[in-house]
Design a binder for this molecule. Structure first.
Ligand SMILES: [Cu+2]
Length: 112
């Protein structure tokens, strides 16, 4: 068996693979720097009517679930006012998506 040769060809292939990966990386990095696409955050704040909350744990439930969504900066639910104050980056998440995210928790949000 030519295990030595096999080993050699393997290491050559690995070296080759690493070189290609390095080139791809270098290329993609240089592209990024020339693009300079900076999406400015567009901060929106609003009170969204939410029906169905009865206590503080309902508020907590909505807050923890919706906070997981990308683009949500702050959320404060209020069961007495039946509202959720939401501060979000509208370049990352739309109002419709915020409403959907609240609805997914089992409460009924409507667009203000
Ligand atoms: Cu509750």
């Amino acid at each position: 068996m030519t295990s030595k040769n096999t080993m050699e060809s393997w290491s050559k292939m690995t070296m080759c693979g690493l070189l290609i990966m390095y080139l791809i990386l270098a290329f993609s990095c240089s592209q990024k720097s020339t693009e300079t696409k900076q999406t400015q955050p567009i901060i929106a704040e609003m009170n969204i009517p939410v029906a169905g909350m009865t206590c503080g744990s309902c508020e907590h439930h909505i807050e923890t679930e919706v906070k997981r969504e990308d683009g949500i900066i702050e959320i404060k639910a209020d069961h007495e006012k039946a509202l959720a104050f939401v501060k979000f980056d509208s370049s990352k998440i739309s109002l419709d998506e915020v409403v959907v995210a609240i609805n997914k928790t089992g409460y009924k949000a409507t667009k203000p």
